[in-house]
Design a protein around this ligand. Structure first.
Ligand code: 3H9
Length: 693
């Protein structure tokens, strides 16, 4: 019998079988909550029923509370109240979990009296990734079942546990390889026969372990001082030693406090953005088949791309020009695969076959049978044109020819072929087998099916594919090139590189721009500045004075032991000689250095980033603000809890951004210009979020 659209109940002898069917992932929406509440209470008043079993149809048990409801007025019944009702049910309630039982989904199971896990089940409390804590009893019932140390580890990591581990810990009572409905019937019969004993979780006592929680909190102060919810998790778990009703109250309060933070909004924007970014119109077009990929160039980038393709089960032919370079490329790929094996990203039984799926060749003609060729040679237009000209002749029509260029004009490259419709940019980020961003660069003539293939490839490689138009640097590097100048101007005007780094790290970036520069290699930007010297507009204030001097000394950052910082010892100390260089360059430019407050550093840096991001929207290089957000989040270390620069910009507002730009423009009216779109937004009150809809 159907209770409502998403919940049904069936009676089998003395068993009530409640089936949840809320595709795609059975979220605990209001309808699901209402359905469960009605079904459980109906089973409780039915004198025939002795035991109740809840299972789910479709690919998964409940994947959590409905995130779309967050930030809106609460809808009854609230999940914590429903779970309390389940726990208080006079008749034992069994839950059968398959697919994923996450967050509120697992919390429903924790409130039930018995938990059965099916093969392949993954379970966990990932709320921390959304800026929250388990808010439907998870912080109180998990410690009751598995103790405080294991519970806090699961809650703070938000990781997915395999069913076996959960059984070992005591989160599950048994495993089954039956179907969800069959497993529910078997468990219910076992309860009826007394083979297994259901029990209430709230009746279990928690062994206090305040010392462990103190240790966790002390660590969080070091590593996550800018985030709210991790601290709230500790606070709520600490309350699990109180009587359950009091503990649940503490959890509820902590949950609402986390819910009301901008961090929660930023993290949820990132969650949905990650899923929305691939929803582009071309996605409806059928992607082309890709089973074998040719990678041209075995340097860091090429070998990383080859590794990513191999890890996704694709066959790869790596082409280099000399035996030596080919050997180096193959050795790097083997090392990458061994690393993936160690990190558990590649199963031992797949290791040999994955290695064997790689072939090395010295001639481009070896790519006559691939489905996709990805060029990853160094950034030189003539070399790239030559390769594409050759590929055009070697590869069958319909084979996709991709360039990994990070800024060159894709249309110019495509024009050297007889089939620009088959040409696309696939801009990976280094290390390509680790970094999740893939910019899918669409040329003027790229065919829709080729774009769809780019997105399908991104999904297969477990990357976040973002569509970009053609311009110098595409979405990410174009915005980066602009805001990085701010960091240089700040140093020329009075801040030290360390002050700039510290301010931005305290704001949430994992590394400040000077540390990032040292890590990436300062020589790369040096070459770019030289390449662009002839075309640099006269009005532009030069930003490379200090960086040029550093590079002239042969200090290219981490790889040469020196850059803005010293890497000779384990401690990363500021390079004292940079201080001298900065002082000399300020003097040469006639600048009297002034102290710059951390807040001013952050405001200027972020305003520069947002301004250029807005221009990429105006120029239609990025289709939507969320595309920019995902590029910066997944490729440039933008703090996830701020949701991306466009989401963050909405928290500042167009009017305030314009005020800031106008103030800064008094010092440099060329660099600081108000984008027209921002003016329009200030006039009509639109936000970037509106443009995503
Ligand atoms: C929570 O539970 C709080 C409680 O403690 C307290 C409450 C009081 N809500 O990812 P997919 C959508 S917080 C709404 O592509 P997969 C998703 O947007 C929650 N929608 O599939 C997508 O929509 P669309 C704790 C959700 O197979 C579609 O479902 N739980 C939710 O790659 C398919 O999703 C979590 O944090 C949701 N909770 O991965 C788990 N979940 O088709 C979050 C998914 O329109 N979810 N959607 O793009 C996941 O991690 C993954 O979705 C999952 C499946 C692993 C389940």
């Amino acid at each position: 019998m159907q209770i409502n659209d998403v919940v049904s109940i069936e009676t089998l002898d003395n068993i009530a079988l409640i089936c949840l069917n809320n595709p795609p992932v059975n979220v605990a929406s209001q309808a699901l909550r209402v359905g469960i509440q009605k079904a459980v209470s109906q089973a409780n008043v039915d004198a025939e029923i002795a035991v109740i079993a809840i299972y789910a149809a479709g690919r998964t048990f409940v994947a959590g509370a409905d995130i779309k409801e967050f930030g809106k007025p609460p809808l009854d019944p609230m999940l914590p109240d429903l779970i309390n009702e389940i726990e208080e049910s006079a008749k034992p309630v069994i839950t059968v979990l398959h697919g994923t039982a996450l967050g509120g989904g697992l919390e429903i199971a924790l409130g039930a009296h018995l938990r059965v896990g099916l093969n392949g089940l993954k379970l966990g409390l990932p709320e921390i990734h959304l800026g929250l804590l388990p808010g439907a009893g998870g912080t109180q019932r998990t410690p009751r079942l598995i103790g405080i140390p294991a519970a806090i580890e699961i809650i703070l990591s938000g990781r997915h546990l395999e069913a076996n581990e959960a059984l070992g810990l005591g989160l599950l009572d048994r495993l089954s390889d039956e179907s969800p409905r069959e497993a529910a019937i078997t468990a219910a019969k076992d309860v009826l026969s007394g083979t297994i004993n259901p029990r209430r979780t709230d009746e279990i006592e928690v062994k206090p372990d305040h010392a462990h929680l103190d240790e966790m909190e002390a660590k969080l102060v070091q590593t996550h001082s800018h985030l709210v919810s991790p601290h709230k998790c500790v606070e709520a778990v600490r309350a699990s030693t109180l009587p359950v009703n009091e503990g649940l109250k503490v959890e509820r309060q902590a949950f609402f406090e986390s819910m009301n933070t901008p961090q929660r909004a930023g993290l949820i924007h990132a969650f949905f953005g990650e899923r929305a970014v691939s929803k582009v119109s071309e996605f409806k077009s059928t992607p082309r088949e890709v089973a074998q990929v040719g990678v041209i160039g075995g340097g860091t980038m090429g070998s990383g791309i080859a590794t990513a393709c191999l890890l996704a089960g694709l066959r790869v032919i790596l082409v280099e020009t000399t035996e030596e370079a080919l050997g180096r490329g193959i050795a790097t790929i083997h090392k990458n695969l061994e690393g993936a094996l160690k990190r558990g990203k590649l199963a031992q039984d797949r290791f040999d076959a994955t290695k064997a799926a790689l072939k090395g060749e010295l001639q481009l003609t070896a790519l006559d049978n691939v489905d996709l060729a990805i060029e990853a040679v160094f950034e030189n237009m003539d070399v790239k044109k030559d390769i594409f000209g050759q590929l055009d002749k070697i590869c069958e029509p319909g084979v996709i020819l991709a360039s990994n260029t990070s800024y060159l004009d894709l249309d110019e490259i495509a024009a050297t072929t007889s089939r620009p419709e088959d040409v696309i940019g696939l801009h990976f980020f280094s290390p390509a087998h680790v970094m999740r961003l893939l910019e899918i660069v669409v040329g003027a003539k790229t065919d829709e099916s080729v774009i769809a293939t780019g997105f399908a490839l991104a999904k297969r490689l477990r990357k976040i594919g973002v569509k970009s138009g053609v311009c110098d640097g595409f979405i990410g590097n174009r915005i980066l090139a602009h805001y990085r100048k701010t960091a240089a101007y700040l140093v020329l005007d009075g801040a030290s590189p360390q002050e700039v780094d510290r301010a931005l790290e305290e704001f949430g970036f994992a590394m400040g721009p000077h540390k990032v520069g040292d890590l990436a290699g300062l020589d790369i930007d040096w070459m770019t500045r030289q390449r662009k010297a002839a075309t640099r507009p006269e009005e532009e204030r030069y930003s490379g004075h200090v960086a040029d001097r550093i590079c002239e000394n042969g200090w290219f950052g981490r790889k040469s032991g020196k850059g803005y910082y010293l890497y000779e010892s384990a401690n990363m100390l500021p390079n004292p000689e940079v201080e001298t260089i900065v002082a000399e360059e300020r003097e040469k430019a006639g600048i009297t250095p002034k102290p710059i407050a951390a807040a001013d550093i952050v405001d200027r840096y972020m305003t520069a980033m947002i301004s250029e991001a807005v221009r990429t929207l105006e120029d239609k290089i990025a289709a939507r603000p969320l595309d920019i957000d995902m590029v910066l989040l997944f490729g440039y270390g933008f703090p996830r809890h701020l949701g991306g620069p466009m989401h963050y910009a909405d928290t500042i507002g167009a009017k305030e951004l314009i005020n800031r730009i106008k103030t800064y423009a008094k010092e440099d009216s060329y660099y600081w210009r108000v984008p027209g779109l921002l003016r329009q937004m200030a006039d009509d009150g639109t936000t970037f979020a509106d443009m995503n809809r």
